[in-house]
Design a protein around this ligand. Sequence first.
Ligand code: NIG
Ligand code: FE
Length: 408
Amino acid sequence: MSWDHVWIDVNIATMDSKVAAPYGAITNAAIAVKNGQIAWLGPRSELPDFDVLATPVYRGYQKWLTPGLIDAHTHLVYAGNRANEFEMRLQGASYQDIANAGGGIISTVKACREADEAELFNLARKRLNALAKEGVTTVEIKSGYGLDTATELKMLRVARELGKHHHVEVQTTFLGAHAIAAEYKHNPDAYVDLVINDMLPAVMKENLADAVDVFCEGIAFNLEQTERVLQAAKRAGLPIKLHAEQLSNIGASELAAKLGALSVDHIEFLDEAGVKAISQSGTCAVLLPGAFYFLRETKLPPIDLLRQYQVPMVIASDINPGSSPICSTLLMLNMACTLFRLTPEEALKGVTINAAKALGIEHKVGSLAIGKQADFCLWDIHSPAELAYAYGVNPCEQVIKSGRIIQQ
Ligand code: NIG
Ligand code: FE
């Protein structure tokens, strides 16, 4: 056998459903990488002979190896911050009050329109570095703080640039329908026309988006407007997803299911009919405990129903300046367990294999199996549950991206 790198004496949480043990675990294992892919993995005792003199071999001392983490929902390209709104909320204003008074998303829009690409890039790179240090190897990044064609394109270009200059792989999502631009306050349908007829074609022309998202909510876009945007995205050949049922239930998830969306995200107010609908369409449920925590939401997403209907649950950070200014995917694992009562195994699935499903890239990443991309992390832990259990001392020791060892 001729391989590029081999790891021995590791325990592997493959997160592969074909491996029967919890976490798809193979203990006392080995893994070999060739040309950026996993060439072999299994019990160390079964490791085939290979050229030990020509191959770098890493000893894991029984530490754990997992797939590289995937953060499937972020808005990490933005300028400015909203600490003032944080203070207002602590004095009694609600997230909706602030949005309705022209703050919220719209205030970040002002900052993003003013910032140039270099400034946005440098701010976003710091956030991406923070995720990368915690073992994130794939991240989704949305636009949505431009709300005019030029700024939406600027945000997506920055996201694409980040992917080119960083080992973390970036999946971009066009979220022009994040809020109604102030200029269209009195004519929201005309703003939807702009998203469909001007922004989307420009985004497609530069190949800037891997998916399209809409914030379907009382303070954002109604069902009809949402459907128009999503239908246009589908006509353009892009997968779709929704910010749905975050602050109220207006049936966004049924719409998402009808249109075959990859995911519905937030979903605190999702009801059984909605869960049933998304279970039938194979749509993932993206849970965002950072936003739940930061907005001090009290309505829990319907975790038991999601389990009952076997909807894949995803955990993501939702990094953004308004509802989740928290740059840590590992902290989200802890919050998913403490706030939403997920098991550590469900939480870890939520940032690996299920996160890959939510991005439509599960054939390539999200679990460890022969033939998959060699994206994995070595953690200084004794059991995978520790990733969700403790927070503050970063246990990530080594990151491997497409077979390349990343020096942190
Ligand atoms: O995912 N819900 C809508 N969008 C973001 C928040 C955006 C903001 O407040 O800036 C979210 O929570
Ligand atoms: Fe979001």
